[in-house]
Design a binder for this molecule. Structure first.
Ligand code: TAP
Length: 478
């Protein structure tokens, strides 16, 4: 291309070709659903209908599971690890090649800022496939004994907050370990999973190895309850996770659950202040706060409280809320009217229970679903906004005097997914990391992800780990 030719900016909608309707992806081909009505997926920023998508009913789920079983028995299970690796590397490269399309599509369907989908989500998706491709012929080192065996068919159900990244977290380790999959994306964000299905076709992945069944909760339920599914992997709310755990109790299915969180982000008086303010902002406003490990409870040491709050508010005043496809946007759209209603309701509860609410002046677009960056001060541990997951751009601030008090407050939650510590002292970081009951503890950073590190929760945040060597164990028989 000559340097004078027009090249669309990555944020341009024109670079992605969205079809008016999509079928289910079963046995390597797109097919009509036989027992469900199609539904519409919209852009939460404009309320524009992006496409009509099939809803898989139990009979469709059954077709998908049969296709996955056949592919497992005949092709993927017996295939040598080094050959499975070739397919995974091919998929990873295709994701890189189509990264701009995927980023735009993710921002359109989910509402997240293009800067995040382009610089965080999609690169991590490719990295995940590259990483697990490397494991496919080295499974004897995965901690599952000398002759590790795949489990069979994995039924995977994912949420809407990181649609393609959650797909990668589920599909990459499952395939590397020799399993085949049936995956159900969230109802509000099916499009990148369907583009991923096209990528599987482009990569010549054998039919039935990956199947995508779009639909609502009943589709997910039919999948996890299907008797021929050997492994259930779920990411979503604690309520649905609990229902799934009950429904598979007494079966031979292996289960991993990645559920909610209410992470403490803990700021000590010796923390580097500029870096800390950026970390607090990233911790809670990244992806509109639709993040299971969001730093939604800020614990600040009393001696620096006034300074931290003043600086935080100033920084919040510079955040831009608006069009997800504008690369200057910091906070995009809330994913759905239901999620917006939940954020509004809990914020109202915060006020009603006596906490002080503050948001910078900011104009919200007239169309679509939006919520301004919000901070609550004067929050006590008993307040619902300190205990429940809001899953939106809403921060609750509490204070502490001593490290022991910080630990006690941080651990005082039914969840245990992540935590952050901001301090200049290495010894304090190590001490805190030991004391905190959280699967991930970040030190002087927040919301950093890497395919090599395991991720997962304690307590009501679920069980099992995704990522790293540990992520493979969940897909191997011991
Ligand atoms: P959920 O309502 O639990 O939905 C998650 C997925 O489960 C969706 O695909 C959903 O379908 C499906 N589903 C709903 N009911 C089901 C049932 N009875 N059986 C099987 N599947 C069912 O959660 P959400 O609102 O999408 O996501 C937000 C939650 O996910 C938050 O609590 C967040 O903390 C958690 N989350 C956790 C993590 C990790 S790694 N721990 C990561 C991201 C999100 P529909 O889309 O049709 O409802």
């Amino acid at each position: 291309m000559s340097r004078f030719e027009y090249a669309p900016a990555p944020e341009s909608r024109a670079i992605v070709d969205i079809k008016s309707s999509y079928g289910l992806f079963i046995n390597g081909a797109f097919t009509e659903a036989t027992d469900g009505k199609p539904f519409k997926t919209i852009s939460p920023a404009s309320e524009e209908v992006l496409a009509e998508v099939s809803e898989a009913g139990p009979a469709d789920v059954d077709r998908a599971v049969r296709a996955a079983r056949k592919a497992f028995d005949k092709v993927w299970g017996p295939m040598a690890g080094r050959d499975r690796a070739k397919y995974l590397f091919r998929i990873a490269r295709l994701i890189q090649e189509r990264a701009r399309e995927l980023a735009v599509l993710e921002s359109l369907d989910n509402g997240k800022p293009i800067r995040e989908s382009r610089d965080v989500d999609i690169p991590l998706v490719a990295a995940h496939f590259f990483y697990y491709a490397g494991w496919a012929d080295k499974l004897e080192y995965a901690g599952a004994g000398e002759n590790p065996q795949p489990l069979g068919v994995a039924g995977q159900v994912i949420p809407w907050n990181f649609p393609l990244l959650m797909l990668a977290w589920k599909i990459a380790p499952a395939l590397a370990a020799g399993n085949t999959v049936v995956l159900k994306p969230a109802e509000t964000t099916p499009l990148t999973a369907l583009m991923f299905a096209e990528i599987c076709q482009q990569a010549d992945l054998p039919p039935g190895v990956v199947n995508i069944v779009t639909g609502a909760g009943r589709t997910g339920q039919a999948l996890v309850e299907h008797p021929d599914v050997d492994k259930v992997a779920f990411t979503g709310s604690t309520a649905v996770g609990r229902a799934i755990a009950k429904s598979v109790a007494g079966t031979n299915k292996k289960v991993t659950l990645e559920l909610g969180g209410k992470a403490a982000n803990i700021v000590f008086e010796d923390a580097p202040i500029d870096q800390t303010i950026e970390g607090i902002v990233n911790g809670i406003f990244f992806n509109q706060g639709h993040v299971c490990c969001a730093g939604s409870r800020l614990l600040v040491q009393e001696s620096v409280y006034d300074e931290v709050l003043a600086r935080l508010k100033r920084r919040m005043g510079s955040l831009r809320v608006g069009d997800p496809l504008d690369k200057n946007t910091d906070i995009g759209a809330i994913n759905s009217p239901a999620q917006l209603a939940k954020i509004r309701e809990l914020s109202q509860v915060g006020e009603d229970e006596g906490a002080e609410r503050w948001s910078p002046e900011c104009e919200l677009p007239p169309q679509g679903y939006w919520f301004p960056p919000t901070v609550f001060t004067g929050v006590s541990q008993a307040h619902r906004i300190a205990r429940e997951e809001i899953f939106g751009p809403v921060l609750s601030v509490l204070t502490f005097r001593t490290p022991a008090e910080a630990v006690e407050k941080a651990n005082n939650t039914p969840f245990g997914l992540s935590a952050g510590v901001w301090t200049d002292k290495g010894s304090r970081i190590l001490w805190m990391a030991n004391q905190l009951r959280a699967g991930v503890v970040w030190a002087n950073t927040f919301n950093r992800f890497d395919p090599t590190s395991p991720f997962g929760g304690y307590k009501e945040s679920g069980y099992g780990r995704e990522g790293g060597r540990h992520g493979l164990e969940a897909y191997l028989a011991h």
